[in-house]
Structure formats: structure tokens, C-alpha cells
Design a protein around this ligand. Structure first.
Ligand SMILES: [Zn+2]
Length: 414
């Protein structure tokens, strides 16, 4: 490894130009970007990224699912250190989510090539085709293709809301879905992803950089509370078995439990169904979703059990029944400790303040980390805004993140 004591200066003005130019592709009049995977805007964005990669002196190639790569060949070209993020967006998303990770990686490789010449080990910037799952619910599609985690039947089963299958959409974008297996990579030694925080911790604490320790584990549960439907006028309050009153009490208690637990535990009850759904009928069946997240698996399981115990005891008190279905239980993903140290050393060399933190959102890195050493660095999001046109990261914060990324890559590849 090269000595750590050397910040690699990136071209901050160019990084801003890239952010604005890429952000204009798919931009809507009402504000925000619509750039789902394999759409016309997505194809245009990929073409623009390829042009910039080529102009930066990188070897450009594309895999069978639409991930785009720009390679800076090392003296030893057999293995690869990969860095980048995704270029699809949520509907009416912002300019920074995903895009900044690709563009920071691009200016980092430009700076390294210009200032340091050929690396000892090969470096590659990747523009991942799909992360958000906005069109096909195909989360981490590009990453999963690279890791060999796509199931063949997904190609015909995943459909967008117009009924177009993901394989039809791939063909329309000039790709060959039947060759999806050719996207698998066996030469990757490490993955670095720079991303906006999408929360407000760094912004509030005025810290320059977040170094991610773990990406949160997820617990999704669908809870159904049943009572009796009765006349809203003739049934005294003390004789009711109102499923909604029970479910509402559960919601309050669940929030209280998580508030007591404190950061970084979070819970959201975002979706509700009330039956029969009439103004003058006491609800006899209420269902709601639970989205519980914690970066520590043991804590996540303990909280899930406490939430369920609370639901059962409220149901019992009120003469209701409660049942549930667990719809997702995914493990937290730990970032590589040695790569975290490289990022910390780079932040120090660049004079940046940093803090360790979990990621409460899912990212491509969580999938990469299941197969190869992976690290993530967060730059501040103004007021934590994200997945909207209000998403913003100050140019100096973006440039500082890219500088730290370049400095970390220098340590590993030169
Ligand atoms: Zn993202």
C-alpha cells in the first residue's frame, strides 16, 4: 500500500458540471428526474456517461444487463478495485442519489490517471444499471447480475406497470437478456461506494463525512387485527370490539417502544387497510404494515419480538384477535473493517471531519458486501432531503467526498 499522507486533488468544477448535465437527463417540468432502468432517459444517461469515461482515457465496456464500466488498467491487470453507484432514479428523484457516486468515482480516476499515472492494480468506475427498483421492483439488479444472484425466471416474471417484462425492456434498450450470466465478475477485490447520506445526521452535526459500518437490516410484517363490525350508533363504547381502536393503540405503543430504544432503531407503519370502511360501521378488520430497521441483527430481532408481544397484549385486553405475516426479514450487511480504516486514514489526510454511522437505507453495497470487501462513504444531504427534487449536496461537500475517495483508491492501487 502507498503511504497515506497524500491527498489526491480532484477537479471540483468538472464534478459540478457532470452533476448538472446528468441531472438534466430525464428532468421533468414539474421538478425531479424520471429515469427508471432501461427507459429512453436511462439509455441517454448511459450514453453520456460512456462518453465522459472515454474522454477521461478509460477503457469503456458494458455488460449484458447494462452496467457500464470505465477501466484504468493496472500494471497487474488481473484483479479489480471497483467504485461507483447507480444511475437509475426513483420517480421525480434528485440529481445526487446514485449519480454522485458514479461521478465522484469518475473524477477520482481522472485525477489519479493524470497525477499518478498507471496504477499497480486496476481501478474501475461502474455505473450500475438499477438500484431503486422503481420500474420492475428489481432492486440491486445490476449488482446482483455481477454477483451471479439473478434467477433466470426473474427475466420473464418481473414486469413494469404497463406489463412489459424486464427482458423485453432490456431488448428495447439494445441489450441481450439471455446473456445475463455473462455479467458475472470473478475479478473483484473490493468495492467502494460514495453516496449522499439521504438523512440529516451529517448536516445537523456539521460533519464532512460518514463512514458506514453496517447497512441496516430490514423487518417487514403485515399485521391483521380482527374484531366485530357493529352499528356505530347503537353500540356503547364499552361494548365494542373495534379493530381500529386496537390497531391505533398498537401503533402508539410501537412508536413509544422505538422512541425508548433510541437511534438508530426506526419503525414505520406506512400502509393501512380498514374494513368494511364505512362511516357508520365499527371496523371489524384492520391491517397495517410494519417496517422495522436496525443495523444490529440481535437488536432487530429483539425489537420485532417486543412489537409483537405488545400487539398481542393489546388485542387480548380489547377482546380482539391479531395475526401477522412476516414479508421480509433481511440481515444487516457489515462493511469491511480494513477498508473503513483506509477511508478514515484518507479523511484524516484530507483534513475532513468524519463519523462512523449505520445506513438506514438499502444500497448496492449491501449486496456487494455479501461477496467481497466493501465500504461506503456518505456525504451530507442538506436537511436530509432525498428522493425528491429538493435533494442537494453542497459542491464543496461533494468535492471533499470525491477527494477522499481518490485518496483511498490511491492507497490501495498505487
Ligand atoms: Zn441510491
Amino acid at each position: 500500500m502507498a503511504e497515506a499522507g497524500k491527498p489526491i486533488q480532484i477537479d471540483a468544477a468538472l464534478l459540478q458540471q457532470y452533476v448538472e448535465a446528468l441531472g438534466a437527463i430525464g428532468w421533468q417540468r414539474e421538478g425531479g428526474i424520471v429515469r427508471p432502468v432501461y427507459s429512453a432517459a436511462w439509455v441517454q444517461a448511459r450514453g453520456q456517461l460512456a462518453e465522459w469515461m472515454r474522454a477521461s482515457g478509460l477503457d469503456v465496456h458494458e455488460d449484458s444487463v447494462g452496467n457500464l464500466f470505465g477501466r484504468l488498467r493496472g500494471v497487474d491487470d488481473s484483479r479489480t478495485i471497483l467504485t461507483g453507484s447507480h444511475f437509475d432514479t426513483v420517480p421525480l428523484g434528485g440529481k445526487f442519489d446514485g449519480a454522485l457516486g458514479i461521478l465522484a468515482a469518475l473524477v477520482a480516476l481522472q485525477a489519479l490517471r493524470k497525477q499518478e499515472g498507471q496504477p499497480r492494480r486496476s481501478l474501475e468506475v461502474v455505473a450500475l444499471c438499477e438500484e431503486e427498483g422503481s420500474r420492475f421492483q428489481a432492486h440491486y439488479w445490476g449488482t446482483r447480475a455481477m454477483l451471479g444472484l439473478i434467477q433466470g425466471d426473474e427475466l420473464e416474471q418481473l414486469r413494469d406497470d404497463k406489463g412489459i417484462t424486464i427482458s423485453e425492456a432490456m431488448r428495447a434498450a439494445g441489450l441481450s437478456p439471455e446473456r445475463y450470466r455473462e455479467a458475472v465478475r470473478y475479478d473483484l477485490d473490493a468495492f467502494f461506494e460514495l453516496h449522499i447520506e439521504q438523512g440529516r445526521i451529517l448536516f445537523d452535526e456539521r460533519v464532512n463525512l460518514g463512514i458506514v459500518q453496517a447497512i441496516t437490516g430490514l423487518w417487514h410484517q403485515w399485521v391483521t387485527v380482527k374484531g366485530w363490525a357493529d352499528h356505530a350508533g347503537t353500540t356503547p363504547m364499552d361494548l365494542r370490539r373495534d379493530a381500529l381502536q386496537g390497531a391505533a393503540q398498537m401503533a402508539v405503543e410501537i412508536s413509544r417502544l422505538l422512541e425508548q430504544e433510541g437511534r438508530p432503531a426506526v419503525v414505520t407503519l406506512g400502509k393501512w387497510e380498514v374494513k368494511p370502511g364505512a362511516v357508520n360501521v365499527i371496523p371489524d378488520e384492520v391491517s397495517f404494515s410494519i417496517d422495522l430497521r436496525h443495523p444490529d441483527e440481535e437488536t432487530k430481532q429483539r425489537l420485532a419480538a417486543a412489537i409483537w408481544a405488545c400487539c398481542e397484549s393489546i388485542a387480548q385486553e380489547r377482546g380482539l384477535t391479531v395475526a401477522s405475516e412476516i414479508t421480509n426479514d433481511s440481515l444487516p450487511s457489515r462493511m469491511d473493517v480494513a477498508l473503513q480504516s483506509v477511508l478514515i486514514a484518507s479523511a484524516q489526510v484530507c483534513g475532513a471531519s468524519w463519523r462512523a454511522m449505520p445506513s438506514g437505507a438499502g444500497h448496492d453495497s449491501q449486496e456487494m458486501a455479501r461477496r467481497l470487501p466493501t465500504a461506503m462513504l456518505f456525504v451530507p444531504s442538506v436537511e436530509g432531503r432525498s428522493h425528491s427534487s429538493a435533494e442537494y449536496t453542497a459542491p464543496e461537500d461533494a468535492a471533499r467526498g470525491a477527494t477522499i475517495l481518490a485518496t483511498a483508491l490511491y492507497q490501495l492501487a498505487y
